[in-house]
Design a binder for this molecule. Structure first.
Ligand code: GDP
Length: 358
């Protein structure tokens, strides 16, 4: 499954957030380099539709989609030079499908900041600079090789031109993700460049920031087109220990209406380019994860690979139409259930029953 790699400077709250993600008790020490081994934290994607589906189908249980985060420790100035943790860091991040940057915006004189002050703009620049330098190193080797190939193979020219364009963008201090409209990402894919992965920014904030609309807007604009999530990692960790009522009170005390992890799950899902479709029956109401643009057979293949091969057709009703009709049979009588073939492109929230040969 696709993963987001969590990166950030030391002491910004990565471990605290990751603990909340996993509910594991990994040590969150007030110490740089406390986390070295990558770990995976899986968080479920909140989906109100599942409860409604479970009612309609009298399902025994609800199974939400999940989003996976990998904890990648070790970014510091110089990481791209491969010193110490650098190499391992770069290898781990290359394996992730998207980059989730944790940025400190909370104020706490007890927690040392590596550069001595809370400065999100400078922190983002520090991290992005290391990623950009790593990509420039990759291109330093790739461009001469592509030049050689393009001399004899005409069809390699677009790849060369894209690599040269990428080098210019990176030389100008920008990530390829932020400049995605300027260069064809599909031509760069073979180079697995770090900064062409989708970015997501998590601002680890305190109440003062979380309730400051102007500040939130400023940070959101700073990282666009990447998604921005604002949460208080310490509070997220505490929420897990509380009953529902106390959890809601704690969230309200910092001006929040839902756990930050819910917002993070949604943003992570969106950043990875994923969507869900739904199935329901007496056993379970379930959300399945597919890439945007997936066809009906590909969607069936997520349930079981045999379903993709043996795909015949899909019976599809939109969630809204199903709820309005009140039951599957009523939706059928109302003509809201469509028969779709192998070229059908799935829409988020489709409620589906597949027909297939086995
Ligand atoms: P990491 O080095 O990025 O993994 O940072 P940690 O998660 O270990 O956090 C470093 C220190 O900051 C710990 O003492 C945490 O308790 C503290 N911390 C983490 N998140 C918050 C937060 O949202 N607010 C405050 N005040 N402290 C936090």
């Amino acid at each position: 499954s696709l993963t987001l790699g969590i990166v950030g400077l030391p002491n910004v709250g990565k471990s605290t957030l990751f603990n909340a993600l996993t509910r594991n008790d990994v040590l969150a020490a007030n110490y740089p380099f406390a986390t070295i081994e990558p770990n995976v934290g899986v968080v479920s994607l909140p989906d109100d539709r599942l409860g409604r589906l479970a009612e309609i189908f009298a399902s025994e249980r609800e199974v939400p989609a999940v989003v996976s985060f990998v904890d990648i420790a070790g970014i510091v100035k110089g990481a791209s030079e491969g010193a110490g943790l650098g190499n391992k860091f770069l290898a781990n991040i290359r394996e992730a499908n998207a980059i989730c940057q944790v940025i400190r915006v909370f104020d706490d004189s007890d927690v040392v900041h590596v550069d001595g002050r809370v400065d999100p703009v400078s922190d983002i620049e520090t991290i992005n600079t290391e990623l950009i330098l790593a990509d420039l190193q990759t291109l330093e080797k790739a461009v001469p090789r592509l030049e050689k190939e393009a001399r004899t193979q005409k069809d390699r020219r677009p790849a060369l031109e894209a690599a040269q364009k990428a080098r210019d963008i990176l030389d100008g201090g920008r990530t390829l993700f932020s400049a995605q409209s300027e260069v064809d990402g599909s031509l760069l894919r073979e180079l697995s460049l770090l900064t062409s992965k989708p970015f997501l920014y998590v601002f680890n904030a305190d109440e003062a920031v979380l309730t400051d609309e102007a500040k939130l807007k400023e940070l959101r604009e700073l990282v666009a087109p990447a998604d921005a999530v604002f949460l208080d990692a310490k509070v997220e960790a505490e929420l897990l220990e509380l009953d529902e009522e106390s959890a809601r009170e704690l969230l309200e005390s910092i001006g929040q209406h839902e756990p930050g992890l819910s917002a993070l799950a949604r943003a992570g899902f969106h950043t990875l380019g994923l969507q869900t479709y739904l199935t329901a029956g007496p056993k379970e109401a379930r959300a399945w994860t597919i890439p945007k643009g997936a066809t009906a057979p590909q969607a069936a293949g997520v349930i079981h690979t045999d379903f993709e091969r043996g795909f015949i057709k899909a019976e599809v009703v939109s969630f809204a139409d199903l709820v309005e009709a009140g039951s599957m049979s009523a939706a059928k009588s109302a003509g809201k259930v469509r028969i779709e073939g192998k070229d059908y492109v799935m829409v988020d929230g489709d409620v589906v029953e597949f027909r297939f040969n086995v």
